[in-house]
Design a protein around this ligand. Structure first.
Ligand SMILES: Nc1ncnc2c1ncn2[C@@H]1O[C@H](COP(=O)(O)OP(=O)(O)OP(=O)(O)O)[C@@H](O)[C@H]1O
Length: 599
């Protein structure tokens, strides 16, 4: 075994680093959001924009080794403060945040902080062990979806963030949904973690007096301003000095949160409590506690240019790009595999539809009437696969997307990585379901009987299904609500099939604007491929000597789809690149709409 010998100097440096208290300082941080007022139908330009100050001039300092609770009534700005610190806010932020005297950037926060949000967004079919294993550690074998309680889900969510070994831990309502015993136990663990050198900041709605004892520092927010921020031992003496002692047997936190809030039950109470609130805010600004904090934070500000060590515990995944993609795909696969309904729908949704077609059409034969049946079958072949892609995406993509939003905000991987991983994940399922579908439908209905034509038909169905799913993913990037994405994609797919496939109405007979529009839809190219692939060289029997008899498919193509056999290669190149472009547009849509802050 190699023995590493450190010099005294090196030991001193390490010791000095360990002894050094790290700080997260906020200096006059304000946060303003803009909201459109009035009815939505007036549009963005006509609606007056109202600015709302969510946080006003917040100055506070959090130290490693301390656990701080952010308290306040509902709407006081607790979550917004965590959002501002973690670079998740959507409005305009002024003031400065420093970590260890370095002005905080998004990269610093992503490297050093973890944010546990209010909502537990976990893949339902993974076990606790697998959920954590995807972030490389051990867990239990219980499935998330049914096997664990709400409180346990909370703890898994917290564990996911802690596994990344952050220096700063921000937690929004970590105790919500937990019974008082478990909540106390959890805060105790967080306090222990803080005492081992982390900066811990959490929001709590109704902290019990047991929890109060575990805290080192508390900050009380009201209407976005501080009425107190200091050590827990300073809380009661501070307010007592202001003339508001805490009655015996009352939880001081409950008492002072109540006193800091505005009571809107009647106008006279509202005036009285607003005056008291303003008195508290002014008093705290003038208090020695706040002046001391201002002084130390200002010192940090001045020191910042000296470049005090940014703590060494930089949080990185430490995985190669391929390893990250592999981990995401494995997680998607395991989650899908565990749910029989989802797994079967991925593979058998499309083939199941074939049963309906088979019963409806039967064997096509070569009579004149089979021309109409063939066109009908090609229309179904062009429209059903994208629709199945849509159904699968709406059912299965949103849960993955919501987890991606959280992990992307944590800086774990990018939009492109996620969408590439999702496409690779669905690829084998699309191949399998397409092959099952086309192998049966093609040979049982009796389409043009060569392997080459069958292969072309199968490949077209595959690309249509892939396009349908990718297009839905694109709209799920634009709209958070899956129903909205569903209806929009369905509308586009229907319009594309009606206008461009040429299977309902000959494209050449469309009014000019619609004819031009048809060039923009995949159905124009896939429709031509499917028809030319089927009709070229096909012989039909003429039951009577009627003038309308079409003796072979080549004549039919000349009449209704001229030149389509010559366009086969072009059309095929277009439909395959359509999928690629839709995926790229999906990435752009996610980028433009931004990574949502899902609470
Ligand atoms: N992006 C935004 N647009 C409009 N209003 C916002 C935005 N973000 C926050 N607010 C408003 O700011 C106020 C503070 O919200 P915040 O969620 O921070 O409160 P909170 O103290 O965490 O409340 P709760 O305890 O209920 O979670 C609320 O009135 C909220 O509606």
């Amino acid at each position: 075994m190699d023995v590493v010998v450190f010099s005294k100097n090196q030991v001193d440096v390490v010791q000095q680093e360990l002894d050094e208290t790290r700080t997260l300082s906020l200096h006059h941080v304000s946060y303003v959001v803009k909201q459109g007022a009035g009815p939505w139908w007036k549009g963005a330009c006509l609606r007056p924009v109202i600015s709302k100050t969510v946080l006003n001039q917040i100055t506070m300092q959090l130290k490693s080794g301390q656990i701080t609770a952010l308290l306040g009534n509902s709407g006081s700005g607790k979550t917004s403060l965590l959002d501002v610190i973690s670079y998740r806010s959507s409005g305009s932020v002024t003031g400065k945040v420093y970590y260890n005297n370095h002005e905080v950037t998004k990269a610093i926060i992503q490297d050093h902080a973890s944010y546990v949000m209010q909502a537990d967004r976990l893949l339902p079919n993974l076990t606790v062990r697998e959920t954590l294993l995807m972030l490389l550690t051990h867990g239990s074998e219980v499935k998330i979806i049914r096997g664990i309680s709400g409180g346990e889900r909370r703890r898994v969510t917290i564990a996911i963030q802690l596994l990344q070994n952050p220096d700063i831990v921000l937690l929004d309502e970590p105790t919500s949904g937990l019974d008082s015993h478990t909540a106390r136990h959890l805060v105790k663990s967080l306090a222990d973690m803080a005492h081992n050198g982390k900066i811990v900041l959490l929001t709590i709605h109704q902290p019990s007096s047991d929890i109060f004892k575990l805290l080192d520092q508390v900050a009380i927010l009201t209407s976005g301003e501080l009425t107190f921020c200091g050590g827990t031992n300073e809380l009661v003496p501070y307010f007592s000095k202001l003339g508001y002692p805490c009655p015996h047997y009352m939880n001081p936190l409950d008492h002072y949160i109540d006193l800091s809030s505005i009571d809107r039950r009647d106008p006279s109470l509202e005036v009285k409590t607003t005056e008291r609130q303003q008195h508290f805010i002014r008093s705290f600004i003038a208090s020695s506690i706040n002046i001391e904090t201002e002084r130390t934070v200002l010192e940090d500000t001045l020191q910042s240019s000296n470049g005090k060590q940014l703590w060494s515990n930089k949080r990185t995944l430490g995985l190669s790009y391929l390893r990250v993609i592999y981990t995401i795909i494995s997680r998607m696969n395991v989650n899908l595999f565990r749910d029989r309904k989802d797994y079967c729908s991925r593979i058998f949704f499309l083939p199941l539809y074939m049963l309906f077609i088979l019963i409806f059409l039967g064997r096509l034969g070569n009579k004149q009437s089979s021309i109409q049946d063939r066109v009908g079958l090609m229309y179904q072949s062009a429209t059903v696969p994208p629709f199945i892609g849509l159904l699968n995406a709406v059912a299965l993509f949103p849960v993955q997307r919501n987890i991606f939003y959280r992990e992307c905000r944590d800086g774990l991987y990018s939009i492109a990585t996620f969408l590439i991983a999702y496409t690779v994940h669905i690829f084998p399922f699309l191949v399998l379901s397409t092959i099952i579908f086309s192998s049966i439908i093609y040979w049982v209905t009796g389409l043009y009987p060569t392997a080459e034509r069958f292969g072309l038909y199968t490949a077209t169905i595959f690309f249509l299904q892939l396009w349908g799913e990718t297009l839905t993913v694109l709209f799920l990037g634009i709209f958070l609500d899956p129903n909205l994405a569903n209806s929009t994609t369905a509308l586009i797919q229907t319009a594309a099939a009606v206008i461009a496939s040429g299977l309902l109405k000959n494209v050449a007979t469309l009014v000019k604007p619609l004819e031009w529009l048809s060039w923009g839809f995949i159905h124009k190219y896939s429709g031509e491929i499917l028809i030319a692939n089927e009709f070229q060289d096909l012989e039909f029997s003429c039951e009577s000597l009627a003038a309308t008899c079409i003796p072979n498919g080549t004549i039919y193509l000349d009449l209704y789809y001229p030149e389509s056999p010559d366009h086969m290669k072009r059309n095929f190149a277009v439909i395959s690149s359509y999928c690629l472009w839709t995926l790229i547009f999906a990435m752009v849509a996610f980028k433009i709409r931004g990574i949502r802050n899902l609470y």
